[in-house]
Design a protein around this ligand. Structure first.
Ligand code: PLP
Length: 452
């Protein structure tokens, strides 16, 4: 059943019908897929101009993948299929990172930061543009967990309050629920899957409408290929007037994310995954019209200005949640990574990731002994599977020896989901746009060889 579903998907996404580098704008919708298939057949007749990086003409894109790969020299030696873990930084990001550290070594950290004050400020604008927010709604953070926790613990939840989440919630968020539950006797209402494996929206509506104080879910779960219906849940939360905190750690950089469309008041993201930034950075979005309803879990000299011996003044933007000290090189490099993505096109990026993941799914489904862990109707670029022949660890180790980087998804990451399905570990493959079709095919051959 999975095989036929993926084969159809791959067909409609143009992966089989057409040349791989044509993607149609909006290709992650049903009609987008139909148009995508059409464009893959007739695209070459319509789009004739080829320029470096990206050309958009009549809704079609032509991308020079080799040029993008040249920006990422590690691509020449390794097939990187762990972009959901930590992607390869492109050269401009590495240059920004090292360049600033060298400048700090030359003139000292404070002077180096002062020289780049405008660029540092511009990072907020780049992040805001990424998610359709205002600059005032962005705070720079050390990771997605840092961002998520700042929001969660600043909500002022009280004794017995009810949190609504989903069966595929990420471990860091869930242990924070359990932590506050110990102190406040919180009710954690976990909404399960419907018959398709998607978050059950009927149950979600009921859970939200029966006294919820917070809805907190992940956009794309870490361990399986599904995409949660975040905008539908946003609508339910808005109708009930319940705050909505979204973990967009795995969706940013692989899917278009727009906070206005989704309707969340808070969103957490990280730098190193599909956004291709450095490690040690992330960001928090807090809607301007919601911030006043939060009480920062702690106050710092960045969040508040000490104006008299006995008083301080709070910032009036999302940076009220920040600390002053940070790795400026990392922040600047994060901005370069976001601008690098802006120079492409999110629809093209997400279309290509989905097409590469579909190619993986079709190939894996044909290998005896492999079960793909997908559930749900909309699939992401994360492809996880179990095998009767090899453990996930063995698959990762053996592929690594052949120059293919993959990851192991573990039950501790999304315990409620994987435990219910009897999955302890699964091999996880997550391609990015710079991966070639022939690399996907080689990976499939290697995995098939492990099963022969
Ligand atoms: C869905 C999800 N949320 C949150 C995180 C945590 O991100 P970070 O390590 O940047 O805090 C991860 C990390 O893998 C994740 O997959």
């Amino acid at each position: 059943m999975f095989a036929s579903r993926f084969a159809l998907w791959a067909l409609l996404s143009g992966e089989i019908l057409g040349p791989p580098n044509y993607q149609f704008k909006g290709s992650n919708t049903y009609w987008g897929k139909v148009r995508q298939a059409f464009s893959c057949l007739f695209g070459p007749l319509i789009c004739t101009k080829v320029r470096p990086l990206l050309v958009r003409k009549s809704g079609h894109y032509r991308v020079d993948i080799e040029k993008l790969r040249a920006d990422t020299p590690a691509c020449q030696g390794l097939v990187h299929l762990d972009n959901a873990g930590s992607s390869f930084m492109p050269n401009p990001v590495v240059k920004a990172l090292i360049g600033h550290i060298e400048r700090e070594a030359a003139v000292g950290g404070y002077l180096a930061a002062r020289e780049r004050a405008e660029d540092q400020e511009a990072v907020y604008g780049s992040l805001a543009r990424l998610i359709g927010a205002a600059t005032s709604e962005i705070a720079f953070m050390g990771s997605a967990t840092d961002a998520w926790d700042k929001a969660f613990y600043s909500l002022g939840l009280g004794r017995g309050d009810k949190i609504v989440t989903a069966f595929n919630e990420y471990c860091a968020n869930y242990v924070a629920f359990l932590h506050l539950q110990k102190k406040l006797d919180l009710e954690i209402d976990v909404v399960g899957p419907d018959d398709n494996g998607d978050i059950d929206l009927g149950a979600m509506r009921q859970a939200i409408n029966s006294g919820a104080r917070l809805v907190a879910i992940s956009h794309v779960p870490a361990t399986s290929g599904q995409v949660n219906p975040v905008a539908e849940i946003g609508r339910l939360a808005r109708e009930a007037g319940v705050p909505y905190l979204l973990d967009a750690c795995q969706s940013l950089g692989q899917l278009p994310v727009n906070v206005k469309h989704i309707g969340c008041q808070m969103l957490a993201g990280t730098g190193r995954k599909f956004l291709r930034g450095p490690r040690g950075c992330g960001f928090l979005y807090v809607a301007d019209d919601f911030r006043q309803q939060m009480e920062p879990v702690f106050m710092t000299n960045q969040g508040g200005r000490w104006v008299s011996a006995g008083t301080y003044e709070e910032r009036r933007d999302a940076r009220v949640f920040e600390v002053w000290e940070r790795n400026v090189a990392v922040q600047l490099a994060f901005g370069v990574a976001i601008d690098y993505l802006h120079a492409l096109d999110m629809d093209w990026v997400s279309g290509r990731i989905c097409a590469l993941a579909a190619r993986l799914r079709v190939g894996l489904a044909a290998i005896p002994g492999i079960t793909i862990c997908d559930i749900g109707q909309e699939l992401s670029g994360i492809v996880s599977f179990t095998s009767t022949a090899q453990s996930a660890e063995e698959i990762m180790r053996k592929l690594r020896r052949r120059g293919i980087i993959t990851q192991v998804a573990r039950v501790v990451h999304t315990r409620l989901d994987l435990e219910a399905r009897g999955i302890d570990t699964a091999a996880r493959l997550s391609p990015h746009y710079f991966i070639l079709e022939k690399e996907i095919d080689r990976t499939l051959e290697e995995i098939a060889a492990l099963h022969s």
